[in-house]
Design a protein around this ligand. Structure first.
Ligand SMILES: [Zn+2]
Length: 210
């Protein structure tokens, strides 16, 4: 697996310190699970965070702040308890969450909800698209973070294969095209509403709003 697109360091630091919201953490965790390079960076940030806590003078430390920090580090760690048996095409990071059934949302494209508690309008879902299919031309009103689990797609900013992380914001208005050869499955955290364009988009909009 050759991973060419990674979360930036600011994102990995927020992930390691537990300050990233849960929906986006899940997508970063999926990437980190597949990327030895980012795993090393996160481990270094966690170690650094631990050292800062140990060195803090007692007077400066609020009562309970060590416990809070450790709890936050625990939250950032890959989830241990498997409350739900993940399906074969579900990454391990989704084990603590209920995952809905695949639903058709367009030609060659299926969608399913992941029950991660919503945070500031950010929701988590998986997309499965047939080889050669294109996702409806769309824009969005907030951030859209994607981790590719299988297959590959391309859009204006490059090729995204297994393990690649794509952070698009509301300035991106794109039509991802799935490569031939393999079904493409992605884990997505999306903030705000997906705005589908064109006649196909208007046709699909009621389904995607589900
Ligand atoms: Zn990485």
């Amino acid at each position: 697996m050759t991973i060419t697109h990674h979360p930036d360091e600011e994102t990995l630091l927020a992930f390691a310190s537990g300050s990233l919201d849960e929906p986006r953490s899940v997508v970063v965790a999926a990437h980190v699970a597949l990327c030895p390079c980012c795993r090393a960076t996160v481990a270094a940030f966690e170690q650094f965070g631990g050292a800062l806590v140990e060195r803090a003078p007692p007077a400066a430390a609020r009562a309970g702040s060590l416990d809070e920090t450790l709890a936050r580090l625990d939250e950032a760690a890959p989830p241990a308890p498997a409350l739900h048996q993940p399906e074969p095409d579900c990454p391990g990071v989704l084990a603590p969450y209920e995952v809905g059934r695949w639903r058709w949302i367009g030609p060659g494209v299926h969608w399913r909800k992941v029950e991660v508690p919503e945070s500031e309008g950010t929701r988590v879902f998986m997309l499965k698209a047939a080889p050669g299919s294109s996702l409806p031309h769309h824009g969005h009103s907030g951030v859209e973070w994607t981790c590719v689990l299988q297959g590959a797609f391309r859009h204006d900013l490059g090729r995204y294969g297994p393990g690649d992380f794509d952070a698009a914001d509301d300035t991106v208005d794109h039509t991802p095209l799935v490569e031939e050869g393999d079904i493409c499955i992605c884990l997505v955290a999306m903030q705000g509403d997906l705005e589908l364009r064109g006649w196909l988009g208007r046709l699909l909009q009621p389904f995607v709003r589900l």
